[in-house]
Design a protein. Structure first.
Length: 228
């Protein structure tokens, strides 16, 4: 049973790299819709750590970023544009599902998020899902840390770089990141990198002044009681 699943996964992974080219060739007819539906279902249904998921991510990068003939900046093909948004919105959830057990896959997702940000294709509403990657507050007030703290420094740095590309950073996401900053497991280098990136975002007008001040007031508690 397991070997059969592995064979099927390998076959699908081999086919997926051809999807971007076929999508560009059939734009505007019924095959286009069927192909996008099948690809999206495959992307959403396969296991987070599978080779199929990695192949889908590579295809998504090609269909959104690398292939100019498929980049819907003018929304000329609204159907393809809608699918592209669906794929992008899956990425924060995928990061959470991968956890810290599949760091190489997490890096692939983070690299894709960064490239999307550089192309102005990160959507502010994604922040609601992304905060689970950093930390969330439970009903009792306890902090539940996400995979961010347990990933390697390169992955942490990539995830913080992505923040610079949201048009307006949400206060709840900033609170989620601030909680990580208060955790003594966080590398001091990463703490100062977070401060630098968020200050840059503030200067660019992506963080409200009240949220910026609140974030730094929260950070002071990390150093409370430290002797200098």
């Amino acid at each position: 049973m397991r070997s059969g699943k592995a064979i099927r996964e390998k076959q699908i992974s081999t086919l997926i790299p051809f999807i971007p080219k076929h999508v560009s060739q059939v734009i505007g007819n019924w095959k286009h819709r069927r192909l996008l539906q099948a690809f999206t279902k495959t992307f959403q249904d396969c296991s987070p750590e599978s080779s199929v998921k990695l192949a889908c991510l590579a295809a998504i990068e090609e269909m959104i970023i690398s292939r100019e003939d498929l980049l819907c900046t003018d929304v000329s093909d609204s159907e393809l544009f809608d699918y592209q948004i669906t794929w992008i919105r899956e990425l924060p959830t995928l990061l959470v599902l991968l956890g810290d057990k599949h760091p190489s896959s997490s890096q692939v997702v983070l690299h894709l998020l960064l490239r999307l940000g550089q192309c102005s294709l990160l959507y502010d509403e994604m922040q609601c899902l992304l905060k689970e990657f950093y930390s969330t507050y439970q009903d009792e007030g306890n902090i539940c840390y996400g995979p961010f703290l347990r990933l390697d420094r390169d992955s942490q740095e990539l995830s913080i770089c992505c923040l610079d590309y949201f048009s307006q950073l949400d206060s709840t996401l900033l609170k989620s990141i601030a909680s990580c900053c208060l955790c003594h497991e966080l590398d001091p280098f990463m703490l100062f990198w977070i401060i630098e990136v968020l200050h840059s975002a503030f200067k660019a007008g992506h963080v409200q002044i009240s949220d910026h001040i609140s974030f730094f007031i929260t950070l002071v508690s990390r150093f409370k009681g430290f002797s200098w």
